[in-house]
Design a protein. Structure first.
Length: 133
């Protein structure tokens, strides 16, 4: 049976047991996936209030204003929420690189699964990373 959130027009985000909601940031112009992070209720409120994206830093256990230190801000263009309201898609105007490595996207590697050098070893597949071009 479908959750009533599936069809409602009310914004009722479904935060996980840890109080977090996955948020996928994509470039508003190109659609390129930039990063995945998490928001708690306060980060979401600050994002909506300021128009600049805020996340919850799981490693530092604090609100993280994306780009406040580096200058690589994310200006919010639009928020989409999935059918059961447990994941956000943020369309952003990224100022500078999104990734802490200095790359535009945090998704700069791909798993090569059809490579003859990739072998199954003890029931696990050995994969190689390749830079995304």
């Amino acid at each position: 049976m479908a959750d009533p959130r599936d069809e409602t027009t009310a914004f009722t985000p479904k935060f996980g047991p840890d109080g977090l909601l996955p948020a996928i940031a994509v470039d508003a112009e190109t659609g390129e996936v930039l990063m995945l992070a998490y928001m708690n209720e306060e980060a979401l409120k600050r994002t909506l209030a300021t128009g600049e994206v805020h996340y919850w830093s799981r490693s530092r256990a604090e609100i993280w204003h994306k780009g406040a230190t580096s200058g690589n801000l994310q200006e919010l263009a639009e928020i989409l929420i999935d059918c059961d309201q447990d994941t956000l898609l943020l369309r952003v105007r990224q100022r500078g690189p999104a990734c802490h490595t200095g790359r535009q996207s945090c998704f700069y590697r791909k798993l090569v699964t059809d490579d003859p050098e990739s072998k199954e070893l003890n029931g696990t597949v050995q994969l190689r990373f390749m830079d995304v071009e």
